[in-house]
Design a protein around this ligand. Sequence first.
Ligand code: SAM
Length: 457
Amino acid sequence: MKLPERYCQEMRELLGKEYGAYLASFDQEPASGLRVNRRKLSPEEFSGITNFHLRKVPWIDNGFYYEGAVSAARHPHYYAGLYYIQEPSAMTPASRLPVEPGDRVLDLCAAPGGKATELGARLAGRGFLLANDISASRAGALLKNLELAGIPNLFVTSEDPARLADKYPQAFDKILVDAPCSGEGMFRRDGRMASYWENSGPETYTRVQEELLEQAYRMLRPGGRMLYSTCTFSVAENEKQILRLLEKHPDLSPEDAVPGFHGFEPGLLGLKEAVRIYPHRMEGEGHFLMLLKKEGEICRSGRPAGKTDGICSFRELPEAAKEFLGHVKKDFSEMNFRIQKDQLYCLLPGMEVRSGIRYLRTGLLAGTVRKQRFEPYQALAMALGMDEFDSVLDFSSEDPRTVKYLKGETISVGAEDTPTERGAGWQLVCTDGFPLGFGKMAGQNLKNKYHPGWRWQ
Ligand code: SAM
C-alpha cells in the first residue's frame, strides 16, 4: 500500500524511533474480532456454545479474536444477536465509558452501531440509550443492529446535533462522541482510506469534531461523563480538540480510562489521561480516546419527565395486542405504551418522546395493530429471552431448518420439536436457546414470520 508522503512525514515526527515498527505492522494481517452481546449471554456462556476458535482480547472483557470454518457473519448465532463483529481496538471506547444500568446514555455519532450495541447492552434494560447519526441511511443500519442485539430501551434518531441539544439540554448521564475523522488508524485495514486522506485529511474534520464536542457538552448533565474517540493519530483531531474544549469549559476535567492496559500509550500535549492505541504496540488498529467528567453531582430523579402524547397503559391497549402480549412472560404494568400509525411501542418509565426530532424508533417496536389483529415485530422477538414466551420452537444451530427459517422458508415441525407446551398459534423460534424471530403454526408447518429485510443471504 502506498501511504501519502505528507502523512509519512507526520508519523515519522510523531513516532520517532518507533516509526519503523509502525511501518512493519502493515505486513501483518489485521486481526478479526467479535464482541459478545452481554444482553444475551456472558462471554463464558458464549465460549461454551460456539465452534469458533476464540482468543481473548486482553483489554476487553467480552472481546475475542476469532477463527472459524465459516464467516462470523454467516452463522445462526450472529442472527440471534449473540455477538457483534468488531475490530478489537474499536471495542475500547464503549468499554471505557462507565455506563451503568439506569443511565440515560447518548451515542451522538452512532452508525452502524459498533459501540451503541455495547452501550445498550450495558444498560441491562434500565434507563435508555439514544443513538443518533446525522446520515439517515446509516441510521437505518444502526437501527437494525440495535434491534438485532435485543436492546429494548432505545431511541434512534437522525438529527443534527445542535437540534438534538436544543431538545435534550443536560439530559444525559453518559455520552459517547465517536467522531468522523481522517481514519489514519484504519489504513492497514482499508487501504482506500489512505488514498482519501490526500484530499480529505485531518483539516477536513476538525470543524465538525469541534461542533460535535460542543453540542455533547450542552447535552451532558452535571456529574456526567463523556468520552471522545476517533480512529486517527492526528493531534489536531485528538488532543487539540480536547484542549480547546477544556479551555472553553472549565467545569470539564480529564479522567483515566479505567482499567488501563500496558499497551495503551498516553495522550500528547500533556493529556496523560488520554489513550492512544497503535497497531505496532497492540493487536488492533489505531485509536484515540479521552474520558471527561463534568463537575457536579448526577441527580437521579432529574427533572420531572415531560408528557409524551398518546401514552397509554397495558389495560388501555386494543384487545388483540393484549391477547398477544399475554403470551409474553413479562410484567407490563410498569410500562408505557404508545400507538403511532398502527405501530405499538413499549416505553420504559423515564423514556419520553420529544417533538420536532427525526426519530427512527421511539422505544421497542412490539408490533402492528390493524383491523383488530396484532402482528408482532422482529424487534420484540430479539428483546425476549427464550423463557419469556409461552410457546417456543428451539432448533440446534446445526439443524438445517434453522437456516431455512432464516431464509424465510416454510419449515415442517414434528412432535419431537416440542420443548414447551406448544399451542396452535404464535411460536418464538429459537436456535440453541436464543430467539431468532416469530412463526405461526399451520398444521405441521410453521408459517415463517422472519423479517424479510433481515433474511439470510
Ligand atoms: N460509532 C460508530 C460505530 O461504532 O459503529 C462509528 C461512527 S463513525 C466513526 C462516525 C459517524 O459520524 C458516521 O456514521 C457519520 O455518518 C456520523 N456523522 C458525521 N457527521 C456527523 C454529525 N455532524 N452529527 C452526527 N453524526 C455525524
